[in-house]
Design a protein around this ligand. Sequence first.
Ligand SMILES: Cc1cc2nc3c(=O)[nH]c(=O)nc-3n(C[C@H](O)[C@H](O)[C@H](O)COP(=O)(O)O)c2cc1C
Ligand SMILES: Nc1ccn([C@@H]2O[C@H](COP(=O)(O)OP(=O)(O)O)[C@@H](O)[C@H]2O)c(=O)n1
Length: 231
Amino acid sequence: MPDLKIQHILTLAELFTKGARYNFVPITTSSLGKSINKSQQSASKHLVELEASGYVERLRSGQRVSVRITNKGYAEMLKISSILKSSLESVPGHLEFKGTISSGMGEGAYYMSMKGYTKQFKTKLGYVPFPGTLNVKLKDKESIEAKRSLDAYPAIMVDGFSDGKRTYGWVKCYPAKINGINAALILLERTHHDDSIVELISEENIKKATKLSTGSKVTIRVPMSAKITQN
Ligand SMILES: Cc1cc2nc3c(=O)[nH]c(=O)nc-3n(C[C@H](O)[C@H](O)[C@H](O)COP(=O)(O)O)c2cc1C
Ligand SMILES: Nc1ccn([C@@H]2O[C@H](COP(=O)(O)OP(=O)(O)O)[C@@H](O)[C@H]2O)c(=O)n1
């Protein structure tokens, strides 16, 4: 592992941006400090340290200082770049939930049969789900945290609606796999369940298809894209 500290990496990155890979470029430590969110004194210290370790060379003419990145500096930055690239690209790619199948009060079937929802499921998920929801009681803190973090990721949004008498809440759908079956984990605008229960919908009756029943252990995986929404 290179012996560069984060402030040195940021300084080198800024120097690359300024064109200092091949040419000596004039640099003031106050502008360098501003670019990396540090004081002029800190920026000056970083340059001295980078020079002492052989990552940059400096030329002085009077008050003016020019800086160039050495081959060693370039090689170290390439190494860091490839470590970052491969670690960020090797993310497991899914959020995992572990729990047991639980039963509810039979309300899922009622909501899942409403036209206002089924029409949207058909166009947005590509199928009309089995009328009901499979409830899974999450068994550990990690899974409950996974449920809380889901909200920040992009979902397929089924909008709330009104039937003239009352309004119905939105449903966020996250395509998922449960014991090999394609499904969607749903987050509801309104629910009587707390954070320890997740609900799944699927074209299939999951219990029938998997021969699982209330109390069976299951693992749910929600594939993730790296994108996080700001809200
Ligand atoms: C598609 C869908 C829409 C829902 N919309 C509402 C709603 O508008 N208002 C509400 O109080 N609960 C709503 N619920 C939540 C249910 O009341 C309940 O919390 C749960 O989803 C199913 O309960 P059960 O496990 O006891 O069957 C909705 C549930 C589903 C599946
Ligand atoms: N895709 C689905 C949806 C529901 N189900 C099950 O089908 C039944 C009816 O769903 P529901 O939502 O009305 O029932 P509860 O979750 O309230 O028990 C329940 O036993 C669910 O566990 C399933 O196996 N697969």
